[in-house]
Structure formats: structure tokens, C-alpha cells
Design a protein around this ligand. Structure first.
Ligand code: FMN
Length: 191
């Protein structure tokens, strides 16, 4: 797959086949995040891999899916749930964390997973206090995001944006359609 095709298909996935992601792939995804570029090379992020079926099941009710869709469309059903999660934590004992660093780490993590066909959903709408307790996170480890992972059970297509709407929707096959602004809108000029 060439790089642009990789980037076009490395989308958000929200329904998954019920087969586990190999632990080595989860570990490699964290490794990819670990070596991401970051301001002043400060490396303030830490990770928790959630892969046991019991722990994964306990996380499910603490994450919230697809705000643009009715719950029955956007929330995975019991046989569609992600089979792993990775928690991304800010280690507040280390100086200099930034949202840009977190974004770059998330980009590398999800790309490394997608290179193995593992789809993901970066999740910010999460119950941080409950997840902190469930994962027994130490003090000074601030939970930033959960990343849901699994082998996708649907496709996701980039579509032309209409009437300026950024809202994704499902097509009749229940595949995601994700509007993106066109190049003519985002590339202001070349000088
Ligand atoms: C910082 C961030 C937080 C997100 N939080 C959630 C979330 O809580 N729940 C969810 O279902 N999707 C979440 N998403 C996925 C976005 O909705 C998705 O990236 C967006 O709709 C565009 O789709 P695409 O990733 O396929 O381009 C999040 C994505 C990012 C980057």
C-alpha cells in the first residue's frame, strides 16, 4: 500500500471483529508512540495496555462513542466491541508535556497498529475518574486518551464535504462516511 492509500484508510473504526489483537502488535504500537518526536525530546507520555478480556470488558462502559450519531448507530454492540485499549497518560512528574506531543504519539501509535490491519478509535470522551480507578493509575499519571483497537468490521470512506458539515454518517452498508474539506479550501496558496 502506498503512503497516501495508507493515510486514506487509517481512519477511525468503531465496530470490530471479535478476534483478539496479537499482544506483539499492541506492544509495537506503544513502541511507535514511544519514539515519536516531542518538544525538547522530553518524553512525558506513558501507556497502559488493556488486553485481557475481563479488563477490556470493564473499560467498555467508560468510553463514549460517535457523538454525531444516535447511540444505536454509533455505539458498538456486544459482538462489535474493540478487543483492546491503550491508555495514554501524561506523567506529571516530568516537565514539559504538550498536546502536540500527545497528538504525534497518538498518530504514530494508530499508524503502527494500522500497518497490521488493526483499526483504532482515539477516545477523549471517557470517564477519567472511573478509568483511573479501574486501571489503578498512580498519582501524577493523568489519563489523556484511551485508544480503542481491533480488527475492523466495517469500512470508512472519505467523502466530499457538503454544505460545510463536518458530521460523519453511516451509508446503507453501515460503513462510515467521513467528510473532509477539499484541497481547494485548505491549501490557501503556493508562493
Ligand atoms: C482527540 C480526539 C478525540 C476523539 N474522541 C473520540 C471519542 O471520544 N469517541 C469517538 O467515538 N471518537 C472520537 N474521536 C474520533 C473522531 O470522531 C474522528 O477522528 C473524526 O470523526 C474523523 O474521523 P477520521 O478519524 O476517520 O478522520 C476522537 C478523535 C480525536 C483525534
Amino acid at each position: 500500500m502506498d503512503m497516501m492509500e495508507f493515510l486514506r484508510t487509517r481512519r477511525t473504526y468503531r465496530r470490530f471483529a471479535q478476534r483478539p489483537v496479537e499482544p506483539e502488535i499492541l506492544r509495537e504500537s506503544v513502541d511507535a508512540a514511544r519514539i515519536a518526536s516531542c518538544g525538547a525530546n522530553r518524553q512525558t507520555l506513558k501507556y497502559v495496555v488493556v488486553q485481557s478480556p475481563e479488563a477490556v470488558a470493564a473499560v467498555q462502559p467508560l468510553v463514549h462513542w460517535a457523538a454525531y450519531l444516535p447511540q444505536e448507530q454509533g455505539t458498538p454492540k456486544a459482538d462489535e466491541t474493540p478487543t483492546a485499549f491503550i491508555a495514554v497518560l501524561q506523567d506529571e512528574t516530568l516537565p514539559g508535556g504538550s498536546d502536540v506531543d500527545t497528538g504525534l504519539a497518538l498518530g504514530s501509535l494508530t499508524a503502527a497498529a494500522w500497518a497490521h490491519g488493526v483499526g483504532s478509535c482515539i477516545m477523549g470522551a471517557i470517564d477519567r475518574p472511573a478509568l483511573g480507578k479501574l486501571l489503578a493509575l498512580p498519582d501524577k499519571m493523568r489519563l489523556c486518551y484511551m485508544v480503542a483497537l481491533g480488527y475492523p468490521a466495517h469500512e470508512s470512506h472519505l467523502v466530499t464535504m457538503e454544505n460545510g458539515s463536518v458530521k460523519y454518517y453511516l451509508d446503507p452498508a453501515r460503513d462510515y462516511c467521513v467528510p473532509k474539506r477539499g484541497m481547494d479550501e485548505v491549501l490557501i496558496k503556493t508562493v
